[in-house]
Design a protein around this ligand. Structure first.
Ligand SMILES: C[S@@+](CC[C@H](N)C(=O)[O-])C[C@H]1O[C@@H](n2cnc3c(N)ncnc32)[C@H](O)[C@@H]1O
Length: 270
């Protein structure tokens, strides 16, 4: 992968290093280096209240990898719209998809300027495929669909990916309407894959409280049932909406399949 480390001189003025930011805190928990003292400070406070956060972050990325492999493999999808990309890490969407089918085309979307700084690491591609990056906000799905059409062919199925981002939209009605607008823009046979935090333990609820005191944007846990409603009208891929380690697990040496405070799923637009 291309070098993705930003030096201080490359950090644009829009990047606020005084306020902890979601992409950078997530990067910290995943063991990345693209974060600042403010991010590590709140990241550590949350770690203390909720030590399983690191396991949650890893389980979440592992789900993303299995879901993309499934979509590019068994489901035959060749186009991905990954909204809320995050900072480049191991196994980015285009790497996983193009390892299965080199002709896959991927559009990444994020609204954090630091992700934009690192986007060049995401913009590598096989010669047969393509990757692109859009600096846009999930709350403006029309702009996302319009700009994605420069790279993706909307007459063909597209997998819309919303991993760890809908929790940043507190209102269920607004979040539902965004998901519906995105799905209405893609053709039958397209997919939605998503994954988000659930209010399933006292520790994770405390972690969200700490997060919302200082980090940007705020993050709101939902019950598994509320998360499952984002798939209304879609054909859920087995095993449905579950804790990520239970979604089509690959054999592991320990054989353990655990619960984490997340819910994920993949659904097909009929
Ligand atoms: C927790 S990270 C998840 C990263 C990646 N999807 C993953 O699963 O590892 C959430 C990402 O969503 C982005 N994000 C949050 N709110 C957003 C919005 N309204 N529009 C676009 N991106 C947003 C953040 O900048 C961050 O990169």
């Amino acid at each position: 992968m291309a070098d993705n480390s930003a030096t201080a001189s490359q950090v644009p003025y829009e990047v606020n290093t005084d306020v902890p930011q979601t992409a950078r805190i997530w990067n910290y928990w995943l063991g990345g280096k693209d974060n600042f003292d403010v991010d590590r400070e709140v990241g550590d406070q949350i770690l203390e209240a909720f030590p399983a956060i690191v396991e949650n972050a890893r389980a979440s990325r592992a789900f993303l990898v299995r879901a993309v492999r499934y979509l590019a493999g068994a489901a035959g999808i060749r186009q991905f719209l990954d909204i809320g990309t995050g900072l480049p890490t191991a196994n980015n969407t285009h790497e996983v998809a193009q390892a299965v089918a080199p002709e896959c085309r991927i559009v990444y979307v994020d609204n954090d300027p630091i992700v934009l700084v690192h986007a060049r690491a995401l913009l590598t591609s096989t010669p047969e495929g393509a990757t692109a990056y859009i600096d846009a906000d999930l709350r403006d799905p029309d702009t996302i669909l319009q700009q994605a059409a420069r790279t993706l062919d909307f007459t063909q199925p597209i997998a819309i990916m919303l991993n760890g981002i809908l929790g940043h939209i507190p209102d269920d009605e607004q979040a539902q309407s965004i998901v519906k607008r995105l799905l209405s823009g893609v053709r039958s046979g397209s997919y939605l894959t998503m994954n988000d935090g659930t209010d399933t333990s006292q520790e994770v609820v405390e972690a969200a409280r700490i997060w919302n005191q200082s980090a940007n944007p705020t993050y709101h846990l939902r019950s598994r049932e509320r998360i499952a409603r984002f798939f209304d009208g879609l054909e859920l891929v087995e095993p449905g909406v579950v804790s990520p380690p239970r979604w089509r697990p690959e054999p592991s040496p320990s054989g353990l399949v655990g619960e984490v405070d997340l819910a994920c799923g993949v659904g097909r637009r009929p």
